[in-house]
Design a protein around this ligand. Structure first.
Ligand SMILES: Nc1ncnc2c1ncn2[C@@H]1O[C@H](COP(=O)(O)OP(=O)(O)OP(=O)(O)O)[C@@H](O)[C@H]1O
Ligand SMILES: [Mg+2]
Length: 140
């Protein structure tokens, strides 16, 4: 596990670059961490580092954001997913192994995550702009 202490947005961008460099293109990246912790912000940093013209923003319920970059990236927000039926309707299973899948609110779909999922747990640091990212399942 890697613990990355981000003091500010610039550090989170740096982390995004490091993660992007380590990706092969078929990973599932699952975030655990509360509202406003920085999941979308880190996703933007990763996808920008992979090279894209697409705008990275928070997906709405049941709609996946797709970004064209070095890899196809599928960005989910599972905040409102409560049942297996909900999860199927997002298309999550159809996208497995077709690109990099990035999932916010993985807490809600934990049982459906593949064994080799990259897990990123985000917690707030001491100051307003500090975040702690714990990364498991990917060497960065
Ligand atoms: N070091 C930091 N790393 C990432 N974000 C930071 C940092 N410091 C401050 N922030 C701010 O924290 C906020 C994080 O918002 P973001 O939308 O990324 O959170 P989220 O985890 O995706 O929330 P949600 O659960 O609502 O989707 C942004 O306003 C961002 O500017
Ligand atoms: Mg978000």
């Amino acid at each position: 596990m890697t613990v990355f202490n981000s003091k500010n947005l610039k550090d989170t961008e740096e982390l995004g670059k490091r993660i992007a460099k380590s990706l092969k293109g078929n990973e599932v990246i699952a975030y655990f961490g509360g509202l406003g912790s920085g999941k979308t912000t880190l996703t933007r940093a990763i996808v920008n580092a992979l090279g894209t013209d697409d705008n990275v923003s928070s997906p709405t319920f049941a709609i996946v954001n797709e970004y064209k970059s070095k890899f196809s990236v599928y960005h989910f927000d599972m905040y409102r997913v409560a049942t297996w039926e909900d999860l199927y309707s997002t298309g999550f299973f159809d996208y497995l192994d077709t690109g990099v899948i990035i999932v916010e609110w993985s807490e809600n779909i934990e049982n459906a995550l593949p064994d080799n999922t990259v897990r990123i747990t985000v917690t707030m640091g001491d100051s307003e702009s500090e975040r702690i990212f714990e990364i498991e399942g990917l060497e960065i």
